[in-house]
Design a protein around this ligand. Structure first.
Ligand code: UTP
Length: 290
């Protein structure tokens, strides 16, 4: 079986939920403390065995390309001031992985963005990690999914159970259990109303896709919001019986949502060796003074 070594990060969305911050700055560059969101996602991919990465960007996302490039002027200035440790930190980012970029010229939806990866995938299975979904876990989320793919080759969707009040934000699965944490997907509904949701098992920003997805995307008509939905293309593959949902172990944050971003910022700060204790004391103090 072909090992999964390629991953795609769609990061071309408009980020309208985070305006005005995202008017001139990509939402994927919003920092969780001092590390841009997309860097956490690239690190997860690398720790999962990915060697080649394609980031789908757009006109207003040049900062993402610059972040994964070498900044010669900055390195010269840091050398002059003796901050060589910082230079190696910065180099780590550009040396992390072989990364390519492609632009989605019009924001016609996630399915349309993923279609841009057809040449990059070159007939191989590949992973998709959404540019605004961060997962904190012991075993990287994508690594868990690759392990499931090796046992159940097909399309693997990263899922978790959410409350029925929240299901309308996600794609919901109509599925049956295959084994612990693994479901066979019969159908999916994108952003269903609470009372119409087939389950509260939601698709959350991580996918393993096979090359058949591109034929399905070619046949996919614009759906919800006039966008070409990845969910609609995956639905076409369900008949094969090889679409699985995997309930991954980890805490997931939707950094493209204001509350999700706040949760990520607070929880990552509490976990940090250099900030955790002092920040925890500070939080206790302000909460007790309310
Ligand atoms: P979202 O719906 O979360 O992103 O898409 P958005 O459209 O940027 O956000 P809001 O709702 O307006 O705030 C999920 C993922 O798909 C990418 C986004 O960048 C995000 O990673 N995406 C979405 C694209 O790359 N292209 C698109 O046309 C749409």
């Amino acid at each position: 079986m072909k090992k999964i070594t390629k991953a795609v990060i769609p990061a071309a969305g408009l980020g309208t939920r985070f305006l005005p911050a995202t008017k001139a700055m990509p939402k994927e560059m919003l920092p969780i403390i001092d590390i841009p969101t997309i860097q956490y996602i690239v690190e997860e991919a690398v720790q999962s065995g990915i060697t080649d990465l394609l980031i789908i960007t757009s006109r207003s996302k040049k900062a993402i390309e610059d972040h994964f490039d070498i900044n010669v002027e900055l390195e010269c200035a840091l050398t002059k001031s003796g901050k060589t440790q910082v230079i190696s930190e910065l180099r780590k980012i550009s040396d992390m992985v072989n990364v390519q970029f492609i632009r989605q010229q019009e924001q016609k939806g996630l399915g349309h963005a993923v279609y841009h990866a057809k040449t990059f995938a070159a007939g191989e299975p590949f992973a998709v990690l959404l540019g605004d979904d961060v997962v904190h876990s012991e075993v990287p989320c994508l690594k868990q999914m690759i392990d499931v793919y090796e046992k159940h080759p097909g399309t693997i969707l990263g899922v978790q159970t959410v409350s029925y009040d929240n299901i309308s934000k996600y794609g919901a699965l109509d599925c049956s259990k295959v084994e612990d944490r693994v479901y066979r997907v019969k159908d999916m509904v994108e952003k269903p109303k609470k009372e119409e949701a087939p389950s509260n098992i939601a698709v959350l920003g991580r996918y393993i896709l096979e090359p058949e997805i591109f034929d399905a995307l070619e046949k996919t008509k614009p759906g919800a919001g006039g966008e070409i939905q990845l969910t609609d293309a995956i639905k076409m593959l369900c008949e094969s019986g090889k679409v699985y949902g995997y309930d991954f172990i980890g805490r997931r944050y939707d950094v493209g949502d204001k509350f999700g971003y706040l949760q990520a910022m607070v929880e990552y700060a509490l976990r940090r060796d250099d900030l955790g204790d002092v920040f925890s004391e500070y939080l206790k103090e302000i909460i007790s003074s309310l």
